[in-house]
Design a protein around this ligand. Structure first.
Ligand code: ZN
Ligand code: ZN
Ligand code: FE
Length: 754
């Protein structure tokens, strides 16, 4: 296997390449290291365990004076290096358009704020050349203080001296600040009265958290809602006020030791948690955890992260216990980022407001990742990563703007072989989200000063992104099918080059298809020049259309009808009266508001409902996520029957067997596991059949369903065992947050106008 690592930072002229060389030699790895326009590019090849060790040691043993600002890595297919070499520098790529993400506070700055004799003791905005905000404070390039939201703060003599002294850690640190000259924090009550400022605001905030209050705290990319994560009443109150009844909440811990005490973490998970990006990492809770049950009800896992600004660090250091730190919004609206908005939108949610007077120019939510199959998989790629580019394995023919889809929206701007991907924008279903979306597009175009010559959107005529594209870019607009875009994004980030074809498993909830049905359980063959739909789940109807997303029992009754025919009216596994069952069956039979789908996401929903796990959801994909949690409790190896008839994957035999198992009293954990195993077998057997026909051996796994780690890991391993090259997401999310990359890859290769 090959590991590709793209580092930006102060890694040139500090002995970094010789260090990499020695480490690679020691581990017996082949490949190369080279300096590029923004840092260092490394590719190493060898046994997977050695590659992981290389990754872990790279960070812990790097030269003291080197500084990493970002590190994107991906495990890829072997390419056959013969030795390890330091290659000649490659001065490729336009440095001008390079904008760094926000960088978490460095150890030295954290030391400064805890050192009573330091002039930045307890100063929440302490930063240096090696750390601090970037993306969220830049108005425009070049990145100078006058072009950031620090421009209204003029440096005091002491800061000025540091700024101009080339031996200082803060030499040319644009957001340099201190108590005397920089921004400060203030604590307000709900009525907008200032309670206290500066140091005393920190102290008071911690006391309020201790007393069980909910604080809206302004950070780097927006406000968080913060409260004690160990007190059930408090967390439950937060949920009620946020209208977020069940979705897991992220938890910030004082330090990595505290996380180790409460969670079971692997070395790769620990690496992700402590990485410069400081994402939220989804890891397993220990049975002994002190976290309130309401933090992630129904889950064996919780999302944990570390403080990434001095302000968060100072609060956590004083509180000494984990806090819930969740994006401040109501339901799934965009994160709150300014004071007026905070008081207007959060006055019913937060008890107190910890704000500051540095403007956030760009909203940016926390990123979320999890480790699966020994790789880091982004669930949300935002703070710490945005707006870094993903390098694609070919040169885009023209500058491209990709508009994304609808759920978990992101947009992307591509030039040469780089695709810059925006922060998480969210679901485009509220006026606020649409406004944020349009701002994000205009902002990206202005910030990068790239004029797109081709624009690409989803095909769904109802998506806000499509409509916006049609209105704003008219004849520059190309459209690409949703599931094809999923597979393209997976190909592009995995460096699949040229005319290589892959077998694409695009499994998600919903995607518009040109045949007027809703796709979502698709097996494609695809290359950059087109795709063919080879297999799909056997179609079924969704009584009530979109309502099935919130109400899994609708998918369930439909699949029961597919399996049992009229007999479905007699089954009592769903909490529906016979009258209701007949009502839905009638809708399905007579095609009354019951669109046809091949959705894998809805199949997961249906199985969750049939097994009695969940019939209604309060957040996206909840039923499927809970089915995965249930399956984690079983090590059942068996599976259910299915058949493949021409291009159709017939899943009714499986549903019949699930009903039999339910009747026989088989534990639900085992049923859930056998269902997962069956989907893995479907993947393997359709892959085998395509390989036999075409010789294609690359298999790309994409779409939101692959956030399911049981499915991802088992499909990955099963494919590998049979000699396939499985490709998974490591740089962009498998969900619709990764679609923009695939769209950009498509448009960058096909510049003919429709
Ligand atoms: Zn620093
Ligand atoms: Zn100062
Ligand atoms: Fe999708």
């Amino acid at each position: 296997m090959r590991l590709k690592i793209d580092i930006t930072g102060l890694v040139q002229g500090v002995g970094f390449r010789p260090f990499v060389f020695k480490l690679a030699e020691e581990l017996g790895l082949k490949g190369y290291v080279l300096n590029n326009a923004t840092g260092v590019l490394i590719e190493v090849e060898g046994e997977e365990g050695k590659l992981s060790e290389f990754l872990l040691r790279l960070d812990s043993e790097k030269p003291d004076i080197s500084r990493i600002f970002s590190l994107q890595h991906a495990f890829l297919e072997e390419s056959g290096f013969t030795g390890f070499e330091i290659r000649k520098s490659m001065d490729k790529g336009d440095k001008r358009v390079f904008i760094l993400p926000d960088i978490s506070a460095c150890e030295e700055c954290l030391r400064d704020v805890t050192e009573p004799r330091d002039r930045r003791f307890l100063y929440p905005f302490t930063n240096c050349t090696n750390c601090g905000p970037r993306f969220t404070i830049i108005e425009k390039l070049p990145y100078d203080r006058r072009n950031t939201s620090m421009k209204n703060f003029s440096m005091c003599p002491a800061c000025k001296k540091e700024y101009h002294m080339d031996s200082d850690r803060r030499f040319h640190a644009q957001p340099i600040a201190c108590w005397a000259c920089g921004p400060w924090i203030s604590l307000y009550d709900r009525e907008g009265q200032v309670l206290c400022e500066k140091e005393s605001a920190l102290e008071k905030t911690v006391n309020l958290i201790r007393k069980g209050y909910i604080i809206a705290a302004k950070g780097i990319g927006g406000y968080h809602l913060i409260c004690d994560a160990t007190t059930e009443d408090t967390v439950r109150r937060l949920r009620e006020r946020k209208h977020r009844e069940e979705k897991p909440l992220a938890v910030m811990f004082p330090d990595i030791e505290a996380i180790r005490q409460e969670m079971n973490i692997t070395p790769l998970e620990e690496r992700a948690i402590t990485s410069i990006e400081k994402p939220v990492v989804i890891v397993e809770k220990k049975a002994s955890t002190s976290l309130a049950a309401s933090v992630s009800p129904g889950y064996r896992s919780a999302g944990v992260f570390l403080p990434y600004t001095p302000m968060h660090y100072l609060i956590l250091r004083k509180f000494r216990k984990p806090v819930v730190a969740t994006s401040a919004n109501i339901s799934d609206e965009p994160i709150v980022a300014d004071e007026a908005d905070a008081f207007a939108r959060l006055s019913g949610t937060a008890d107190y407001f910890l704000t500051h007077n540095r403007r956030i120019l760009r909203r940016c939510d926390d990123s979320v990742v999890r480790i699966a199959a020994g790789r880091q998989m982004p669930v949300r790629r935002s703070r710490g990563f945005a707006p870094l580019p993903v390098t694609v394995p070919f040169k885009l023919k023209k500058p491209v703007l990709a508009l994304g889809a609808y759920m978990n929206s992101t947009i992307a701007l591509g030039i040469d072989d780089r695709v810059f991907i925006s922060q998480h924008i969210g679901d485009l279903d509220t006026p606020l989200a649409m406004e944020f979306y349009e701002q994000a597009v205009e902002d990206f175009l202005g910030l990068f000063r790239i004029k797109p010559e081709v624009v690409v959107s989803d095909m769904h005529p109802g998506y806000y992104s499509t409509k916006y594209g049609e209105r704003r870019f008219q004849d520059m607009l190309l459209k690409v099918q949703h599931h094809y875009a999923h597979i393209l994004s997976c190909m592009a980030e995995n460096g699949v080059a040229g005319h290589t074809e892959v077998i694409g498993f695009a499994f998600d909830g919903t995607g518009y298809a040109p045949d007027g049905t809703i796709w979502g359980g698709e097996v494609l063959t695809a290359s950059y020049s087109g795709f063919k739909r080879v297999f799909h789940l056997s179609p079924y109807r969704l009584p009530g259309g979109d309502r099935a997303v919130k109400e899994p029992y609708r998918s369930a009754i439909s699949l029961l009808y597919e399996t049992l025919g009229e007999g479905a009216a007699e089954t009592d596994v769903l909490p529906l009266s016979q009258e209701k069952r007949l009502f839905f069956i009638n809708m399905i039979k007579n095609d009354i508001n019951s669109p046809v789908t091949t959705s894998m996401g809805r199949l997961f929903d249906a199985v969750a409902s049939i097994t009695g796990l969940r019939h209604r959801v309060s957040y996206h994909a909840q039923a499927a996520a809970e089915l995965e949690q249930l399956a984690l409790g079983s090590d059942e190896k068996g599976s259910y029957a299915f058949s493949i008839e021409k291009d159709t994957i017939v899943h009714t035999p499986m549903l019949g067997m699930i009903l039999d198992d339910l009747k026989a009293g088989v534990p639900k954990e085992d049923i859930a596991r056998k269902f997962h195993n069956t989907i893995v077998e479907i993947i393997v057997s359709t892959a085998e059949s395509i390989r036999k026909e075409t010789g294609i051996s690359h298999a790309a796994l994409s779409g939101g369903v692959f956030q399911n780690t049981i499915l991802l890991e088992n499909a990955f391993n099963a494919l590998k065992e049979r000699g396939f090259v499985p490709l998974t997401h490591q740089l962009v999310p498998p969900n619709d947050g990764g679609i923009a990359l695939g769209q950009a890859a498509f448009a960058g290769r096909h510049v003919k106008m429709p």
